[in-house]
Every structure is written in structure tokens, then in C-alpha cells.
Design a protein around this ligand. Structure first.
Ligand SMILES: [Zn+2]
Length: 186
């Protein structure tokens, strides 16, 4: 009798074909979360700069209500646990704003369930690859600076890095470094 073949480990979701159902649900969840967070940030900004009754503010208020309805539909369809699991996956959906210009005005990623505006900024001698990650809606945490250093190691200035990664030998990098690595951007 032939020996049972050893099952190969499952292919990580982000490496699967975009038509794969698991890939699709992670994509939908991450995209929906980002649209919701960007809409909330837009409204916040409009209220602050234009006031609560300006036409643009109303536009963003409606956009946020629509994004929330879509998000609630997604939650009803997938269930909260599946949605949370999808958001915990490394980023695979990219949300861009202002695609008519190159590079787009803003690029967003969903990392660890949080939405970040991701900007490549000028590197330095010590850190040739440098990215700024800004939380949306705007938060007191960050922005974070994520770097690949000249010696090929990585660094982030988030609390996870400072209090865990930097303290423990061979600890895996923080979610920001892991996220950018998954995208192949750093
Ligand atoms: Zn970090």
C-alpha cells in the first residue's frame, strides 16, 4: 500500500489566485474597512475646516453613512469572527485615491485591522528604504517610520517594536514591517 502522501501546508491567502474565495473575502474585508476609515477621516477634516453644514461636509457625511452600510452588510454576510480574521491577514488590498495622477495622491493599506496611509519618503544613508505610516482616522499613535537599514535589518518606531521586538532575541518584526514585507515594498 502506498504511504499516505504528506499534505503540503496551505498556500498563504495573499499568495493565492484573486479568484480564490478566501482571497476575495480578505480583499473585501480589508477594502471595506479602509473605505470606512477614509470616509470617517474625510468627514472629520471637513467638519473641522468647513464647519458641520457646508455642502462638502454633507457630501462626506453621506459617503460615511454609505460606507458604514456596506460594512454592516459585509459583517452580516461573513460574521464578525470571519471579518476579524480577514483583517488580521497581512495586507493584500491596496486602496488608492487620486489615481488620475502618478503616483496617486494617497495609498492606503489595512494592517492588523487598522487603516494606514502609506508613503514612501526619502531614505537616508543609514536607512535607504523609509516609509511613513499614518493611522486613519487620525490618531495620537504615530505616524510610524518603518525602515530597512543599510545592513539589511528592519526597524520601526512603534510601541510593539520598542517594547517587544527590540527586547526579545529573534522576535518576529512588528505588524508594520511584516505588512510592508508582505507587499514586497521594503
Ligand atoms: Zn511597527
Amino acid at each position: 500500500m502506498p504511504a499516505p502522501s504528506r499534505r503540503s501546508p496551505p498556500v498563504p491567502i495573499r499568495d493565492r489566485d484573486p479568484s480564490d474565495p478566501a482571497f476575495k473575502s480578505v480583499e473585501l474585508a480589508q477594502r471595506g474597512r479602509m473605505i470606512l476609515d477614509v470616509a470617517a477621516a474625510d468627514l472629520e477634516m471637513a467638519e473641522e475646516h468647513l464647519g458641520p453644514f457646508h455642502e462638502t461636509t454633507w457630501h462626506f457625511r453621506n459617503a460615511l453613512a454609505e460606507a458604514r452600510r456596506s460594512w454592516d452588510r459585509l459583517r452580516a454576510e461573513f460574521g464578525s469572527a470571519a471579518l476579524d480574521a480577514a483583517l488580521a491577514e497581512p495586507p493584500l488590498a491596496i486602496l488608492t485615491i487620486g489615481e488620475d495622477v502618478d503616483p496617486p495622491r494617497a495609498i492606503f493599506l489595512s494592517i492588523g485591522g487598522k487603516t494606514y496611509r502609506v508613503e514612501r519618503i526619502a531614505g537616508t544613508d543609514l536607512a535607504p528604504a523609509l516609509w511613513r505610516l499614518t493611522r486613519l482616522p487620525l490618531s495620537e499613535d504615530g505616524p510610524y517610520y518603518v525602515a530597512r537599514l543599510r545592513d539589511g535589518t528592519y526597524r520601526c518606531d512603534c510601541a510593539e517594536w520598542t517594547y517587544q521586538v527590540a527586547q526579545i532575541d529573534h522576535a518576529p518584526p512588528c505588524k508594520h514591517v511584516t505588512g510592508l514585507l508582505a507587499m514586497g515594498w521594503i
